[in-house]
Ligand binder design. Structure first.
Ligand SMILES: Nc1ncnc2c1ncn2[C@@H]1O[C@H](COP(=O)(O)OP(=O)(O)OP(=O)(O)O)[C@@H](O)[C@H]1O
Length: 265
């Protein structure tokens, strides 16, 4: 079991931002977390990373139950987390290789001596993600697409059991987005790889490897289950409260708003 939430609700500033969440993530599945702005996705991720605690209900992540003992540091070392907030915290002078290596210690910046094994692993990861060409460049001089790959590399250094990718294609053009998604698909197909939780606003980013989806609406689970069942015209029309059409091509969905039908009596 990777993750289990039972009856989880969370209040912020006196308002419920998550309500009665039941969710189980098993090893072997890869999940999409899909929701509109303000639906509670970030709050849900903060619960998983133990930056936030439930007001009600129980959260178990990687076998650790929150609230029993303070396990946040140990837990976070087993979760690879890629988000814009991580990128903002990085030290300005570190090069791409150093950023990746720092993932071995779950640290921002490289303060500890690395071993030959860690160095080699860092190079292997840079190669796997196609980052070797810019390994020596300062992280902050890299393009958005290059940075995202480096951050994924950093997250992989600690061999996480769970890899959370929070809107990783933000700011990427079509080619950079597809290249990044190819890398994510390769990670998802690794037999010994991490369970992926991919957070997005865009159904177009849902890869065939993401077999499960959670639709989050106004802090509640609208539906959760097989991606092919949920990412359908019928289900998403209900989710948005307006008629939409989902079209699948090459195992990838796209979404269009349907025009209102006009007819004469
Ligand atoms: N620190 C906070 N204090 C109070 N309310 C908050 C806080 N952070 C988020 N919220 C509220 O919680 C609700 C859910 O926000 P959250 O950021 O979790 O949604 P989201 O799905 O990640 O949105 P987006 O896609 O826009 O990033 C929103 O109504 C938001 O205003």
């Amino acid at each position: 079991m990777i993750l289990e939430m039972e009856g989880v609700s969370r209040k912020r500033d006196g308002r419920w931002v998550l309500k009665e969440i039941d969710w189980r993530v098993e090893k072997g599945d890869h999940w999409v977390l899909y929701g509109l702005n303000g639906s509670g996705k970030t709050s849900l991720l903060e619960l998983i990373n133990a930056y936030l605690f439930p007001t009600e209900g129980t959260v178990r992540v990687l076998g650790m139950e929150f609230g029993k003992t303070y396990l946040a540091e140990r837990l976070r070392s087993q979760i690879g987390f890629v988000s814009s907030s991580v990128a903002h915290k990085l030290r300005p002078d570190d090069n791409a290789y150093e950023v990746v290596l720092s993932g071995a210690f779950s640290s921002i910046g490289l303060y500890e001596d690395t071993t030959e094994e860690i160095d080699r692993k860092g190079v292997d990861i840079l190669r796997e993600l196609g980052c070797l060409d810019y390994a020596n460049r300062n992280f902050h001089t890299l393009s958005q697409g290059e940075r995202q790959r480096v951050l994924i590399g950093r997250a992989l250094m600690a061999d996480p059991s769970l890899l959370i990718l929070d809107e990783p294609t933000n700011g990427l053009d079509f080619i950079a987005r597809e290249e990044l998604l190819d890398s994510v698909a390769r990670i998802a197909r690794r037999p010994d790889g991490p369970t992926i939780l991919y957070v997005t606003h865009h159904v177009e980013e849902i890869l065939p490897e993401f077999n499960k989806t959670l639709l989050l609406k106004e802090g509640r689970v609208f539906d959760a289950g097989h991606t092919s069942d949920l990412i359908s015209s019928e289900c998403l029309s209900g989710f948005f409260g307006l008629p939409v059409a989902v079209d699948w091509q090459e195992g990838r969905p796209s979404l269009t708003k349907k025009q209102a039908e006009v007819s004469r009596k």
